[in-house]
Design a protein around this ligand. Structure first.
Ligand SMILES: Cc1cc2nc3c(=O)[nH]c(=O)nc-3n(C[C@H](O)[C@H](O)[C@H](O)COP(=O)(O)O)c2cc1C
Length: 171
């Protein structure tokens, strides 16, 4: 069992390394995993959300046996987030959403251009500052100043799931 991840600006990598410590299993980037792991090896896959798609998941699926997916995005979790991620990405194994962060300064190329466009249309739709709700203020601040929501506490749900997965597998 390994943790395999794809990270553009480092938030998913941070979660993968924390989860590696918590579960005592190695974490490695997808590009390395494809060279060094056996085809079909069981993995927990972690990837950042790109327009609702889990980055790297399609490639990881064709190489490995994915037992769970952790998707890392900038948005606050919603009641339907894991259902939405499963249906947009077409998988049925356990899914966890982890709020990562945002850092425009670390983005490059097409990803930076896309997020500049997203920010521009988001800003145009925002009400005037005095009428914004807490979530709108939070997202505006995240776009402008960047920020991280990464915490070990958010991985608790993944660690608890893995503990019960191991018990079931042992039976
Ligand atoms: C092109 C692009 C599309 C994104 N789409 C989403 C999205 O659909 N949902 C979301 O919550 N976050 C979205 N984000 C934010 C990233 O998923 C978030 O910043 C994540 O923490 C990045 O992880 P990383 O640092 O491992 O690359 C997007 C970011 C970029 C650059």
């Amino acid at each position: 069992m390994k943790i395999v991840y794809t990270s553009a600006t480092g938030f998913t990598k941070q979660y993968a390394e924390m989860l590696s410590q918590e579960l005592q299993i190695a974490a490695l980037p997808l590009s390395d995993a494809k060279k060094s792991l056996e085809k079909g090896e069981e993995i927990i896959y972690m990837g950042w959300l790109n327009g609702g798609k889990v980055e790297g998941l399609r490639s990881a699926t064709s190489h490995f046996g994915i037992i769970a997916v952790c998707a890392v995005g900038m948005g606050s979790p919603t009641a339907t987030v894991t259902h939405d991620i499963r249906s947009a990405n077409g998988f049925s194994c356990p899914c966890f959403y982890l709020q990562g962060g945002f850092d425009m300064s670390k983005l490059t190329g097409i990803n930076k251009v896309k997020m500049q466009m997203v920010f521009s249309s988001f800003s145009k739709q925002l009400p005037p500052p005095e009428k914004r709700n807490a979530e709108e203020n939070k997202m505006y601040d995240l776009f402008v100043n960047g920020g991280s929501f990464v915490s070990r506490e958010k991985l608790r749900i993944v660690v608890d799931w893995y503990d019960s997965y191991r018990l079931i597998i042992k039976k």
